[in-house]
Design a protein around this ligand. Structure first.
Ligand code: PMP
Length: 412
């Protein structure tokens, strides 16, 4: 059984041409998947095919190339819809990424509906995309942010939820998987309790879609935001998935081509969903690439993707935490992707630079989660993040690399 699994992941790795390259004379170990994942051949081929065979704008032309481009673009929407279990294609709004998706819902749903004193509940581990987008809204509306606190192990104090949901809580917007602590958050529980008090829920699924099975209808969130480039797709494309009745009731944020039915001198009428929110020429090749990424991951199986990623993440978290002078932030189990850590006596930027010299790509900094780092008592952390292109040997290489770091700094 294990041999079958090993050969599957070996085969998966062969689809990523970049894994053949060396960095500083060493075979690349790519552990920065939480920032962006690598891109497999079928995704590259789908985007190339568009540029080589059907390079035209969508929805506007009557000529063959435009019709083919439109068909490929809309088929990509259908692939995304099936991939995340949305009820209909009108729920799938293409955006520039998770950040744009979160901001779109904040502006189009929350801004007109929130008033002074209303509450938006987020958690202490949010990415800036799900925090600063709300700072803009609270500034404009007088609404306030409230935070689900973290326990010492970096998990949510879910026991406090009934208390946190008291009062005029209109929106709950939380991460499914933390991009620093890696914990899989109990969002289903949050959605049920938030709905019971009449609040809407948005899930920042930037680190979960494409990493584990996603069923938008079963989850029953009101909005779901994610990026293509963290799930084997290209940059420049993401999705805001929303319940159709909510999207229908929202006004567009951007005006321009494609999002209208009729334009007069003084006013216009909006197009149907999802086009109402897709003003201007969309990222066509990118959407097609995202559709191909859904097929690629679906072909492997999202249960397998999750099991493999979680196994490696937890192996890395356990192993690093067991090293002398190395500390892992966040839970050691129930962890998917990111492993943020500290090496005693070495700045995280030096850790990342020295690991790069060993051919190992990790990230260092606050990972767009500054308030979380304040809570952790660290201005920066180093972060290794795992995905389907990784293998157990990568954990060995990381450990060996960290030993080099400790030797160079004389902290071993
Ligand atoms: N939320 C989370 C949890 C993330 O990890 C990221 C990306 N690091 C984002 C939102 C924003 O994604 P993007 O930069 O692709 O818009």
């Amino acid at each position: 059984m294990k041999a079958v699994a090993d050969s599957l992941w070996k085969q998966v790795r062969e689809d990523f041409p970049i894994l053949a390259r060396e960095v500083h004379g060493r075979p690349l170990v790519y552990l920065d998947n939480a920032a962006t994942s690598l891109t497999p051949r079928p995704v590259l081929a789908a985007m190339n095919h568009y540029y080589e065979h059907a390079n035209a704008n969508v929805h506007r032309g009557l000529h063959t190339l435009s019709a083919e481009a439109s068909e490929a673009f809309e088929q990509a929407r259908d692939k995304v819809q099936r991939f995340i279990g949305a009820r209909g294609r009108e729920s799938v709004v293409f955006t520039r990424g998770a950040t744009s998706a979160l901001n779109l819902a904040a502006r189009a749903w929350a801004r007109p509906r929130l008033a002074r004193g209303d509450v938006i509940l987020v958690s202490e581990l949010e990415h800036h995309a799900n925090l600063v987008s709300w700072h803009i809204i609270t500034k404009e509306t007088g609404a306030k942010l409230r935070f689900i606190p973290l326990a010492d192990d970096g998990t949510w104090r879910i026991d406090l939820l009934p208390e946190l949901l008291q009062g005029p809580v209109k929106m709950v917007s939380v991460a499914h998987v933390s991009n620093v602590l890696g914990g899989i958050n109990p969002v289903k529980e949050v959605i049920a309790q938030a709905h019971a008090v009449g609040a809407k829920v948005m899930i920042d699924a930037a680190q979960s879609v494409g990493h584990m099975p996603m069923d938008f209808q079963a989850l029953d969130a009101d909005f779901l935001a994610f990026s293509g480039h963290k799930m084997c797709g290209p940059t420049g494309i993401g999705v805001l998935c929303g319940k159709a009745e909510l999207l229908d009731d929202m006004e567009p944020v951007e005006g321009g081509g494609d999002m209208i039915v009729h334009v007069g001198w003084e006013e216009s009428t909006w197009n149907l969903l999802p086009y109402k929110f897709e003003a201007g020429t969309p990222p066509i090749a990118e959407a097609i690439g995202l559709g191909a990424a859904c097929e690629f991951l679906g072909g492997i199986g999202l249960d397998r993707v999750r099991a493999h990623t979680q196994e490696l993440t937890e192996l890395a978290a356990r192993t690093l935490d067991g090293m002398d002078g190395v500390h892992v932030y966040g839970p050691l189990v129930g962890r998917l992707g990111p492993v943020a850590f500290a090496v005693d006596g070495v700045h995280p930027h030096d850790v990342a630079t020295l690991l790069d010299g060993e051919g190992i790509a990790v990230r260092a900094g606050h990972h767009c989660a500054q308030p979380l780092h304040t809570k952790l008592g660290a201005s920066a952390t180093a972060r290794a993040s795992f995905y389907i292109t990784n293998q157990p040997e990568d954990v060995d290489r990381l450990v060996a690399g960290l030993q080099v770091v400790q030797e160079v700094f004389g902290v071993r």
